[in-house]
Design a protein around this ligand. Sequence first.
Ligand code: SAM
Length: 280
Amino acid sequence: MAALPPLREVIAGSGLSARKGLGQNFLFDLNLTGKIARTAAPLDRGTVIEVGPGPGGLTRALLSEGATRVVAIEKDARCIEALAPLVEAADGRLVLLQADALTVDVEALGPPPRRIVANLPYNVATPLLIGWLKRAELFERLVLMFQKEVAERIVARPGDDAYGRLGVLTGWRAHAHIAFSLPPRAFTPPPKVESAVVDIEPRVPPPEDCRLADLEAVTAAAFGQRRKMLRRSLKTLTPAAETLIAETGLDPTARAETLTVADFAALARGWRRLSESGDA
Ligand code: SAM
């Protein structure tokens, strides 16, 4: 590994000019890639999944920090080619998969415990996270770079300006916090926005029993009109909104931004009961 050329040489040698459409903002700073890898430690068991290794900066850090099996999914064929020497140097510890991470079956990538560690392509970061949250029981930990504004929505709590559907869905399935933030200049090329690494630890099973589809339906209605009282905003979900709120024991004049994850789970269960009884 130590004999590998510096990342900037890898990029220059393989003509790997960054493509905006693939969310390519690369990390070259070994202190930063090492810090991300250490945030996700321990890495020496099960499967470490990396989405978008690019030229391999974070991949090198994961291997240096002791990962024994890294499966890296990359869409860009140019990166796959540029990473060949790293695969060779990793001596069986790195498997590369040329694929779209949005359609990969993560369970098939390797045995648990599974950790996802990635500097995500920002254009698909939220759909990737939601897909993984739907299958949160598959993962022990997710350490992921997002644009800071999205990171703040993921970790937001009731009453925070950033609190919304993403915070509820994440809070239902996991504990999440921002590990650290990075300025645009940490990346090449620099993105327009600040970034942050979010540390996500799934709760298995989720503490509140409800169905994800129901939680998505009630949060969509409630946050679709976040400044309105529940009795108004939930009317977009069902004409029986007042019955739903009364059965759940919530205040009909409350607003979505003040409801806890447990409140939304109660609404989701109530919505399911109403739908099944044909009263919705
Ligand atoms: N890990 C590298 C680093 O930190 O320098 C690169 C991170 S860059 C922000 C995102 C990477 O994800 C790029 O290499 C890009 O080609 C790749 N990518 C973009 N969309 C993807 C997708 N749908 N599936 C897999 N990889 C993707």
